[in-house]
Design a protein around this ligand. Structure first.
Ligand SMILES: Cc1cc2nc3c(=O)[nH]c(=O)nc-3n(C[C@H](O)[C@H](O)[C@H](O)COP(=O)(O)O)c2cc1C
Length: 200
């Protein structure tokens, strides 16, 4: 499937075939594709928690509005991010670049993030969104369906997945074989309302 078709046909699908398996290799291929998503300063803030333990999936569903996707989809990914990537990985992610580039990036990253908790958090959310969409489009390109989700108790899921300090959860993504045709798209706002030419 080409990219345009993947974009056009991706829908938030809620009903999955619980017997449809994805192999470890197939899941890892999707995760590898997702990791091509861009990140500010190449900091790669995102950490992807692929939840395959059925008991853990059931516990997540209990704190996730009882959404069936959380247990029934072939794959469930909690898209998390590391808040302190800017201080921990600034040099690491530019290894291999010329020394002057490494020095420039280290300074620029520090200036951009230091003492700015809102920026630090905003960056993780931007990265999680881009990663999630890349993952969903990769899945769609392979004929699979997906559903992004933030309908869950974030603190409870953080406890269940043992989210480390200095990490946040952005959202979850379920992937699998849908069993119900998605309802027609509704309520799309007019193009001219959401696309602004030059200035608001
Ligand atoms: C951040 C985010 C959170 C969402 N949370 C949920 C959710 O918890 N459960 C769900 O069924 N759909 C969820 N959705 C899916 C939206 O309802 C869906 O994308 C929207 O209605 C548009 O439908 P479409 O994606 O099929 O075009 C979420 C979407 C986004 C982007």
């Amino acid at each position: 499937m080409n990219t345009v078709d993947a974009i056009r046909t991706r829908r938030a699908v809620k009903v999955y075939d619980p017997t449809f398996p994805l192999s470890r290799e197939e899941k890892d291929e999707l995760l590898q594709l997702a990791l091509f998503a861009p990140s500010a300063f190449n900091l790669q803030h995102v950490r992807l928690v692929e939840v395959s333990d059925p008991a853990l999936r059931a516990q997540i569903r209990e704190v996730g509005w009882n959404q069936a996707q959380m247990t029934d989809a072939s794959m469930l990914v909690v898209v998390c991010a590391k808040l302190d990537s800017w201080s921990q990985n600034a040099r690491r992610v530019w290894e291999g670049a010329p020394a002057e580039v490494q020095d420039y990036m280290a300074g620029a990253i520090d200036a951009y993030y230091r003492d700015k908790p809102q920026v630090q958090r905003d960056e993780t959310m931007r990265s999680c969104g881009l990663m999630a969409q890349t993952l969903m489009l990769a899945a769609r390109a392979k004929g699979l369906e997906s559903c992004p989700m933030d309908g869950f108790d974030f603190d409870a899921v953080a406890r269940l997945i043992e989210l480390p300090e200095n990490h946040v959860i952005g959202l979850m993504v379920a992937i699998g074989r849908g069993t119900v045709e998605p309802k027609p798209r509704v309520g799309k706002l007019p193009f001219d309302e959401v696309v602004i030419r030059d200035r608001f």
